[in-house]
Write a protein that binds this ligand. Structure first.
Ligand code: FAD
Ligand code: DHB
Length: 386
């Protein structure tokens, strides 16, 4: 099995296949150090945490992950708690950085002799043969090829696997949102016990965390914003303004250790498969981050793919491989809808007073109706349905 990309999707697929006795080679264009320190998502759904624990890579996650039973929606300077666990049959989320999941998976693969090749960039995928697939890659200045039964394209949105599909095979649907997120990591204890999603007329703000000593915060900014325009003082001032409440809640600031801007995009490619190639994670779909679904969807895809490949390698049964794309896309579209709901409800758009009034009505409904808050909770806590 050839796997392109050592993000959460590629690494977990390799690990799950290994547990079933199926060997794979993972090709990663970046260095091990780079992928282990790339700061991205932080919220694991209930079923995703259970899967990581059950597959033997959850020891540090259990010890260091922060289990949360609720989130806060903040608007009109008021705080509203959504009691996720009460609303979603006791299930919870775990706050644990994506790069920690990546570190745990790399350690597990390497400890069992797994082949994860870093600094090995895939340059093309050839699926013209009916019985095999070939991945071309470049490592140490040499061009190499990997012959395999099947290829998993886990190489993210900017990867090369998706582009190898013959013309007309795939249909791409996308939507670009007219704003971006400026994200920081800061060495300061979180000012909140639970995640805060805040709508303010100056823009969305969010307070997350990575530990009891490290905070993760986000600000809605313009789509073309330059991070150089945002010195630390300006970021803290803007965060404090947007997070202001009528009850005197205060934001603690501290040294910023990481800063970056992420564009916001919605994207789906259909189907997620052709010939012997299966796309998983960001190579097949991107959601805006407001619902915290990107990494969770990547995990859900490869769980479905690992089960389908296991059936095929063991017995030659193609049924689950044939339904892989449909099985995933049902979940992907649910996540797209939920992420769009959260995004439009929480991000103001300049000049859109009608949209702002609708969004406030939605927020009031989400925090006052049992049916609406239950719906939000079940999507937030366990949309992947693992
Ligand atoms: P990736 O993690 O992107 O992994 C793909 C891997 O493939 C990478 O390691 C890449 O180096 C490698 N690769 C690419 N091209 C090649 C090639 N040619 N050959 C070999 N390897 C290749 N989601 C949230 O839920 N919350 C967030 O706050 C959040 N923040 C994000 C911030 C940023 C900057 C980005 C880009 C994404 C963010 N996401 C967030 C989304 C989430 O991180 C992704 O959904 C998740 O990383 C998907 O995992 P993946 O394994 O599919 O892809
Ligand atoms: C984080 C990111 C998100 O997009 C989100 O919705 C919740 C938390 C985070 O990085 O911690």
């Amino acid at each position: 099995m050839g796997i392109v990309g050592a993000g959460p999707a590629g690494l977990l697929l390799s690990h799950l296949l290994h547990l079933e006795g199926i060997e794979s080679v993972v090709l990663e264009s970046r260095s091990r150090d780079y992928v282990e320190h790339r700061v991205r998502a932080g919220v694991l759904e209930h079923g995703v945490t259970e899967l990581l624990v059950a597959s033997g890579v959850g020891e540090r996650l259990r010890a260091e992950g922060l289990v949360h039973h609720g989130i806060e929606l903040r608007f009109d300077r008021e705080r509203h708690r959504v009691p996720l666990s009460d609303l979603a049959d006791g299930r919870s989320i775990t706050v644990y950085g994506q790069q920690e999941v990546v570190k745990d998976l790399i350690a597990a693969r390497l400890a069992t002799g797994g082949a994860v090749l870093f600094d090995a960039a895939c340059t093309g995928v050839d699926t013209s043969s009916p019985s095999t697939a070939t991945i071309a890659y470049r490592v140490d200045g040499r061009d190499e090829v990997l012959e395999c039964d099947m290829v998993a394209g886990c190489d993210g949105f900017h990867g090369v696997t998706r582009a190898a599909a013959p013309a007309g095979t795939l249909r791409a649907l996308d939507h670009t949102h007219p704003f971006a997120w400026l994200g920081i990591l800061a060495s300061v204890a979180p000012s909140t016990d639970e995640l805060v999603y805040c709508r303010h007329e100056r823009g969305f703000a969010m307070h997350s965390m990575r530990s009891h000593e490290v905070s993760r915060l986000y600000l809605q900014v313009g789509p073309e914003e330059d991070v150089a325009e945002w010195p630390d003082d300006r970021i803290w001032e803007e965060l404090a303004t947007r997070f202001t409440t009528s009850d005197g809640w205060a934001l603690e600031s501290g040294p910023v250790t990481e800063k970056g801007i992420t564009a916001m995009k919605s994207f789906v490619v259909e189907p997620m498969q052709w010939r012997r190639v299966f796309l998983a994670g960001d190579s097949a779909h991107i959601v805006p981050p407001t619902g915290a679904k990107g990494m969770n969807l990547a995990v859900a895809d490869v769980r479905t793919l690992a089960a389908a490949l296991t059936a095929w390698f063991r017995t030659g049964d193609e049924a689950r491989l044939s339904s892989y794309s449909d099985d995933c896309l049902r979940r992907v579209w649910r996540a797209q809808e939920f992420s769009t709901y959260m995004t439009t409800m929480l991000h103001p758009l300049a000049g859109d007073d009608f949209g702002a009034a609708l969004a406030l009505s939605r927020l009031r409904y989400a925090t006052s109706s049992l049916a609406a808050s239950r719906s939000l909770a079940e999507n937030y806590v366990d949309l992947a349905g693992l």
